[in-house]
Design a protein around this ligand. Sequence first.
Ligand SMILES: CC(C)(COP(=O)(O)OP(=O)(O)OC[C@H]1O[C@@H](n2cnc3c(N)ncnc32)[C@H](O)[C@@H]1OP(=O)(O)O)[C@@H](O)C(=O)NCCC(=O)NCCS
Length: 156
Amino acid sequence: MEPRRPADSAAEMLQVVLPNDTNPLGNALGGTIMHWIDLVAAIAAYRHSHRPVVTVSMDRLDFRAPIRLGHIVHLKAKLHYVGRTSMEVGVDVFAEDPQTGDQQQTSSALITYVALNDAGHPTAVPPLILTTDDERALFDAARRRRKERGLSTAAS
Ligand SMILES: CC(C)(COP(=O)(O)OP(=O)(O)OC[C@H]1O[C@@H](n2cnc3c(N)ncnc32)[C@H](O)[C@@H]1OP(=O)(O)O)[C@@H](O)C(=O)NCCC(=O)NCCS
């Protein structure tokens, strides 16, 4: 399996908040944003592994600011960590006011996916090539979180 860089599988998605995506305050529903986060992160994991993936855990999701009806949502996903069959993906969410162009980060999330073989069992994924200090720090932080939770940190 050819090792890959986080940039090789990074994924971006744009959405606009429509009336059906909002609560009575006119802000995007948390569940809708979670759905978009899961989709863009799964695309990154799929791109890295070239295998179907399933969501196995969401470590953390913060909503720091509301996103208004009609605003544009940018979702950026990239791999932080790769184990033997699992991949942790970090997602940053930004809201853009289309009237002014102002952007602010509203959420961040960490989600873990597992690649599956044709029989539906976990299967090994390519290693991650880390080339920057930032990538190494994100990888180490993910490995620490797994250790704290008693999960394996062995690589494929
Ligand atoms: C994902 C799934 C196949 C894993 O099965 P399993 O029997 O636990 O498999 P394993 O014990 O071999 O674990 C596979 C990997 O998942 C990791 N894992 C399992 N539970 C985890 C958790 N809660 N958090 C993070 N990683 C986890 C393991 O550490 C292992 O990683 P590694 O191979 O990189 O070391 C199984 O739990 C499953 O099918 N879950 C449901 C998935 C789903 O339906 N998601 C929602 C729709 S996509």
